[in-house]
Design a binder for this molecule. Structure first.
Ligand code: SAM
Ligand code: SF4
Length: 504
């Protein structure tokens, strides 16, 4: 285990020097030359004008979403102001229809791996905040990272990891790249074959273009950074100005830099509960449209974390801007409708009941067997300790339990990681998603990877619940893609015989 001080030795000079090294002013200014693309006055005006929307207008907007077109901010505002239960139902039904059109009948699973809780920032809502003396901090060594990877893929069968890092000189770009390589290097024997982590997404602080190039070479999947709040005054209240994170503009331009560094797969998010949730949804959609303008590629995913209790954080227990379960459902529905090709991640921060409800709104990714302590997968027994993790979780289902619950609803779990490894990312995947082509690839790869997981990890009870879903998906491929089916079936049979990692 590596130990180092929470903050740098002298918070006023060393932290400032670190901040000045990290933030490259020119790499903010070049993206904001025409002004702030998050135009608060315009967002607020759009929301005001959209109060009491006309049902006919809503139906027109839903038709546009169903054609997989990104909505305008003013159209998004209209959907956010719908209060009528019948119209809300129509919106949810359309959201689910879009999910099926773009992503078919599948959910992708992953698990977060917390690599370091050291952080120089002082975000008021986070247990890793540098001022929190209750937090027992830890940074994994490369050996410990390999042990985590082995535990995650060997015990539960995870193939996708979200690697999470605090911001600290000890966890700079080179360390992140090395840690990705360490995770990819682990191969574990299973009941019928072998397995490994095949895709690593990264949730880390914004970086310079040079640093982003380093983590691209390390093998990053999606680069995920949440703006936390798009509302500048609220942002300033919860992120002290003398920290790196206190620089709103450095954060809001980080995906522009990612694209310019060659990372064409990015994830946006907001920490709901800090500012008005309708404003935040408008912020996310506006940001997505700006990325479409800048790089011709929108975000691959939206994340919708909301404040959960964290050690040493008062505001995590007293949400500054209430965000109820019903607001959560409304926000997810509007995001699915406003940017129809973008995946939606609903994490184990939320309860099992709410996550099940969100399946009906078109979410695409869920985590399970989730542990958010640093080094928590290799450690036994499993426990949630608030002083050893960022916040507390709401859903503690294992991956097998989640997979069985999904199968009972007729939904297949996908472990597919082929898109990224075949170069179907960025603009290429956006086009494939918009035209429904990616859904077909995904269906085939979902079937192949689910066969692998069932043979390697499923209990006899899980097998009984899941096998019918798998066979019905296979039958659908035979019916819908008759010319392709023989090749798919040949791959399927090879996997059933013990070969691994075959994909299209
Ligand atoms: N340090 C990096 C950063 O802040 O961008 C990435 C890691 S940070 C641990 C990942 C995310 O956790 C943050 O972007 C924030 O949205 C979320 N988070 C922080 N505190 C939280 C809390 N109390 N409840 C729920 N999510 C929280
Ligand atoms: Fe550090 Fe990220 Fe937590 Fe802020 S949210 S304190 S930057 S780990």
């Amino acid at each position: 285990m590596t130990t180092c001080p929470t903050t740098l030795p002298d918070t006023t000079s060393a932290t400032r020097a670190f901040r000045d090294r990290v933030i490259v002013r020119d790499e903010i200014d070049r993206y904001l030359r025409t002004g702030d693309f998050i135009d608060e006055a315009r967002i607020e005006a759009d929301l005001r004008r959209a109060v009491n929307p006309d049902p006919a207008r809503i139906r027109d907007i839903l038709a546009k979403s169903l054609a997989i077109e990104t909505l305008l901010p003013e159209e998004t505002a209209v959907l956010l102001q719908v209060a009528d239960p019948g119209l809300r139902q129509a919106m949810e039904a359309t959201a689910l229809a879009i999910k099926h059109k773009v992503y078919d009948n599948r959910i992708v699973t992953f698990a977060p791996m917390y690599i370091s809780s050291y952080c120089v920032n002082r975000c008021q809502y986070c247990g890793f905040n540098a001022d929190n003396s209750q937090q027992r901090r830890r940074q994994l060594t490369l050996d410990e990272i390999r042990a985590e990877a082995a535990a995650m893929c060997g015990r539960d069968g995870h193939k996708r990891v979200m690697a999470v890092y605090g911001e600290h000189p000890r966890t700079g770009a080179s360390f992140i790249a090395e840690s990705l390589q360490a995770i990819y290097s682990v191969e574990v024997k299973t009941r019928r074959g072998k397995t490994s982590v095949r895709r690593i997404n990264v949730n880390a602080a914004p970086m310079s273009i040079d640093d982003l190039k380093i983590i691209r070479k390390g093998g990053i999947g999606t680069f995920q950074v949440f703006q936390e709040t798009y509302h500048r005054r609220t942002y300033a209240k919860v992120h002290p100005a003398d920290t790196i994170k206190g620089d709103y503009d450095w954060r809001v331009t980080c995906m522009h830099r990612a694209f310019d560094a060659g990372i064409d797969d990015v994830g946006l998010g907001v920490l709901f509960g800090l500012a008005d949730w309708k404003f935040e949804v408008m912020g996310l959609v506006t940001h997505a449209r700006e990325l479409e303008r800048h790089a011709k590629i929108g975000p691959h995913t939206f994340s919708v974390p909301r404040l959960h209790p964290a050690s040493g954080s008062d505001i995590s227990r007293h949400t500054p801007s209430p965000f109820t379960d019903d607001d959560f459902i409304h926000a997810l529905t509007v995001l699915r409708l406003a940017v129809p090709y973008t995946g939606l991640i609903c994490t184990a921060r939320e309860s099992e009941a709410l996550r099940n409800r969100c399946l009906g709104l078109g979410i695409t990714q869920m985590d399970a067997s989730t542990r958010i302590g640093v080094g928590a997968y290799a450690a036994e027994p499993v426990c949630q300790e608030i002083d050893k993790q960022q916040f507390l979780l709401g859903d503690n289902r294992t991956l097998e339990q989640l997979i069985c619950d999904l199968a009972r609803r007729g939904t297949i779990t996908s472990f597919c990681t082929a898109g990224y490894r075949c170069g179907r990312t960025g603009g290429c995947i956006m086009d494939a998603l918009k035209t429904g082509k990616e859904g077909k690839f995904c269906k085939v790869n979902a079937v192949l990877t689910f066969r692998e997981w069932l043979d390697d990890f499923a209990s006899p009870e899980a097998l009984k619940i899941c096998e019918p879903v798998l066979l019905s998906e296979l039958a659908e491929i035979r019916e819908q893609l008759p010319a392709f089916y023989p090749v798919v079936k040949a791959h399927y049979d090879r996997i059933a015989a013990g070969e691994r990692d075959l994909f299209f």
